[in-house]
Design a protein around this ligand. Sequence first.
Ligand code: ATP
Length: 198
Amino acid sequence: MLRIGLTGGIGSGKSTVAGLLAARGAHVVDADRIAREVLEPGTPGLAAVVEAFGAGVLTPEGTLDRPALAAIVFADPAARARLDGIVHPLVRARAAELVAEAPQDAVVVQDVPLLVETGQSARYDLVLVVEADLDTRLARLAQRGVAEDDARARIAAQATDEQRRAVADVVLDNSGPLTGLETQVDRFWTERVAPALR
Ligand code: ATP
């Protein structure tokens, strides 16, 4: 098994790179998706969040009211830490299960938005960082409906490109068109992934 940690700031293109790697046969474990799964109705994760923050974080249907929870943790760093303390261990445990279920000869790509912030680089054989210019990221996020102020605030709260570069084995530049990104992913696969599998 070759374990690749994929990271980058919001809107940099992590999901896009994960998709390109999946198309080449990689087995993708997506932290954002797991973070949603561990808070679905009926999970111990959701029960713990309600215990911590009250039934006000539930919709009338009993699902997590994400805007209500976001409003609480946005205003209160201690609440944010408490939420992270519930969610992060659940995500790590579920990710570890999914990795353990992958075939022994698999290339496992873990999309971990906060890989650098949470000091997890040593867990991977290769750390792959995707970058794009700030303006490009803001424009792509805007197309997805993320307001510029919100995007800037989230970017400011994340690690910097320099901090991510410091732990990267390979940096992909996603400021240009998709074809350019595809070429870089091809090169990464040929030069770094294929030799490691031999
Ligand atoms: P997030 O941090 O929000 O999960 P992400 O890092 O996973 O984002 P993507 O979702 O892959 O980033 O990309 C952000 C947006 O930009 C998406 O809508 C995607 O389709 C688009 N995008 C990614 N790369 C390119 C590109 N090279 N050219 C044009 N659009 C792109």
